[in-house]
Ligand binder design. Structure first.
Ligand SMILES: Cc1cc2nc3c(=O)[nH]c(=O)nc-3n(C[C@H](O)[C@H](O)[C@H](O)COP(=O)(O)OP(=O)(O)OC[C@H]3O[C@@H](n4cnc5c(N)ncnc54)[C@H](O)[C@@H]3O)c2cc1C
Length: 495
């Protein structure tokens, strides 16, 4: 690494780009940089001694366990597309067709999520009318959604406020809150509806009602040949709504790392500051060296990006530092099949806040993807913490494991000891898109406009899922290289 800035009369040197952070966002940025400027000299700085950030797969005694994300959505194209580019498409595994339904816990028991209920709105009314999860009054209130005047302004509101306003308190508390909590681990009273599930506000605005919008969209999909779960019936590969990789999601980040040029990946080397000097970017590294280059993609969590940038642009750093995060824990736990009383005929269950349980959700991992456990065993992943129970993330193992086990064993009628467990703690892994997150993104974009060659990527901005992170990395690469963004839709995720 260089320790000094190049002198003006030094011979021309290659275009140099740094990516900070080798999670999926940073690795996707590096992949895109290689595609767009293969001649550029690339350096990827990662403070840990391994790639992947929160992603990683553990293999032990025939079990395959994900440390955080265990699959990704296919209704956004960017995950599958990257797998295709990396020649990993034949490794994609779809969820078991018999185990795609989800359950909701109500009064300590699992009930099927009403068929066709998609996060915040029903595509079908009959399953909602017959579910034991709602009282008769709750059902009447939900049906009234059809007649509630729509809000047509552009102002943000919390997800809780939106769901209660449209569908009533019961649908919010017993369906929407647990489903959204399982994804974002967030406080629904603070989570921005526009930054997380804006399509539902668009439905309200465009169709006057969520129920009406869902029905129109379903009819359109039927005509276009796409099924209710977004599963394409057109020719070409067919995927379920979620997919994983045969060898685990570690494979995705490992494959991206393998494609980096020799010497580009600098594991165990963090970045401490980013400065601008004589039209160059100067990075101070934890190994005592500096990197001097022409473009930088910062693909760390926002709270880690803020201190790097505070000397360069205090207001940008303040905006980044104001993005809050929650933590979570995952207890992956394996039992003999016969020890589990529940038939586990689904993908997992979500647990509403009003149940008073420490759990957010339980994924029936080896039911979704049978290759994750040896025959005769089941692998479950128990999620807890989030904004509901932040204290759990720092609880001692000796208290945490029995607490989570007791709860899951009661819910799923499990008798006897597990054969093995793995505990993963994520103290600040999930960004919270609070109400008016969109305004913050606009202010961040304004600050960045003053810094050509600098771009941000990661889950803190426009989506927490793996496909969004991939897209944010690729778009950050485009921006850092000073190239025009392709179209309106993709430019919206570019920083
Ligand atoms: C428990 C959990 C479950 C999830 N489940 C799913 C799921 O099922 N499906 C899905 O699509 N998504 C899921 N997600 C979300 C998704 O996994 C993450 O949003 C995504 O992996 C984040 O990737 P990233 O690269 O933006 O950030 P990270 O993975 O956090 O990577 C950032 C990297 O930057 C490095 N870094 C930080 N500071 C510095 C520095 N100063 N210098 C150098 N390096 C630095 C860090 O060490 C880290 O490696 C889940 C997330 C969690 C936490």
């Amino acid at each position: 690494m260089e320790n000094t800035l190049p002198s003006p009369d030094a011979p021309a040197r290659p275009f140099r780009v740094a990516v900070i952070g080798a999670g999926i966002s940073g690795l996707a940025a590096a992949w895109q940089i290689r595609r767009l400027r293969p001649e550029a000299e690339l350096a990827v700085f990662e403070q840990q001694h391994s790639v992947g950030g929160v992603l990683g797969t553990v293999r032990e005694n025939g079990f395959q366990v994900e440390r955080s994300a265990d699959n990704f959505i296919t209704t956004l194209p960017w995950g599958v597309q990257l797998c295709r580019e990396l020649a990993l498409e034949d490794q994609l595994v779809t969820t078991h067709p018999d185990h795609r339904r989800a359950f909701v816990v109500w009064r300590g028991r699992l009930h099927p999520l009403p068929d066709g209920f998609l996060m915040m709105a029903p595509t079908r009314l009959w399953p909602l009318a017959t579910t034991p999860l709602l009282s008769p009054l709750g059902k009447v209130r939900a049906a009234m959604e059809f007649f509630i005047p729509p809000r047509r302004d552009d102002n943000d509101e919390s997800l809780a406020h939106f769901a209660r306003r449209r569908l009533g308190r019961e649908v919010y508390e017993r369906l929407v809150e647990p489903l959204v909590s399982a994804v974002y681990g967030a406080d629904m009273e603070r989570l921005s509806v526009l930054a997380t599930l804006s399509r539902f506000r668009e439905m309200e605005r465009n169709y006057g009602s969520l129920i009406r919008a869902m029905r129109v969209q379903m009819a359109q999909r039927r005509r276009a040949g796409t099924s209710r779960d977004g599963h394409s019936r057109e020719s070409g590969a067919r995927y379920s709504m979620f997919v994983t990789l045969q060898q685990g999601l570690q494979e995705l980040v490992d494959r991206l790392a393998q494609h980096l040029p020799p010497g580009a990946l600098r594991l165990g080397v963090g970045v401490t500051t980013i400065r601008r000097e004589n039209d160059h970017w100067v990075l101070t590294l934890t190994d005592g060296h500096q990197f001097v280059g022409d473009a930088v993609v910062v693909a760390t969590p926002a709270y880690a990006a803020a201190p790097l940038l505070c000397e360069l642009d205090g207001r940008l750093a303040e905006e980044l530092a104001a993005i809050t995060y929650t933590g979570s824990v995952i207890l992956a736990v394996a039992y003999r099949r016969e020890a589990v009383g529940h038939p586990l005929h689904g993908s997992g269950c979500v647990i509403p806040r009003i149940e008073g349980s420490p759990l957010l959700a339980v994924s029936f991992s080896s039911q979704k993807y049978p290759h994750l456990a040896p025959k005769g065993y089941v692998l479950l992943r128990v999620f807890a913490g989030g904004a509901r129970h932040p204290e759990l993330v720092s609880l001692e193992d000796t208290q945490l494991v029995p607490l989570l086990r007791k709860e899951v064993e009661r819910l799923l009628r499990i008798e006897g000891q597990p054969v093995q467990h793995w505990l993963f703690r994520w103290s600040q892994a999930m960004p919270q898109y609070e109400v008016n997150h969109g305004d913050r993104l606009r202010r961040i974009a304004e600050r960045l406009a003053a810094w050509p060659g600098l771009a941000l990527a990661g889950n803190a901005y426009r989506g927490v899922g793996i496909p969004h992170c991939i897209q944010s990395g690729r778009q950050a690469a485009v921006r850092a290289l000073g190239l025009p963004v392709e179209d309106q839709q993709t430019s919206s995720s570019a920083f």
